[in-house]
Ligand binder design. Sequence first.
Ligand SMILES: N[C@@H](CCC(=O)N[C@@H](CS)C(=O)NCC(=O)O)C(=O)O
Length: 214
Amino acid sequence: MKLYSFFRSSASYRVRIALNLKGIAYEQAPIHLRRGGGEQFGAAYRALNPQALVPTLEDGGKILTQSLAIIEYLEEKQPQPPLLPKDPADKALVRSMAMIVACEVHPIQNLRVLNYVKKEYNQTDEQVNRWAQHWIDLGLSALEEMLAAQQQRGKFCWGAASTLADICLVPQLGNARRYGCDLSRYPNILAVEKNCMALPAFIDAAPEKQPDAE
Ligand SMILES: N[C@@H](CCC(=O)N[C@@H](CS)C(=O)NCC(=O)O)C(=O)O
């Protein structure tokens, strides 16, 4: 498998964690999101991913985009270890935690959104950071409440092994720190992060460990 990704991209980071958890070997094709105006906008890459976003996964000639779709593909192709619980209600809970990050928080603090806010509305870097912080804090506060409400929570967002929820959460925390969010307000989230970051699958997927890291 070949993963088109950028070391600092949290959506790419999600897929790297999932591949590592499942023990699937892959090569990386780095796409630099800033160099030369952004390599994601090059014609060759856009032919693979018309949205001009990373990640893209190539598997035996098949091209897959959107990190959650890619992770669900990996889950179906190689079910062990599972990244989603079996029980439908538990599965919905895990997906809902993942979607807080992937559908509500991440899309509105993404590079292209921040660039648009900055240019179209003449905002300073500080104002743009405040925009990012606002949406990240809104999502993390909800997630923190959901974690606190689970009476029998294990070491992770749900249960005794990492799931799709952790895969989405951990990379988002990197973004949160980059934009100056105060994470001390989220003790349950920080405890989950600590437990995840004790696992090789998460450690090896970290941005600073990637071949294109700066
Ligand atoms: N929903 C997409 C989001 C992908 C995405 O936003 N990728 C970012 C990096 S994390 C990107 O490629 N940004 C480039 C840009 O904004 O121009 C997914 O989960 O794959």
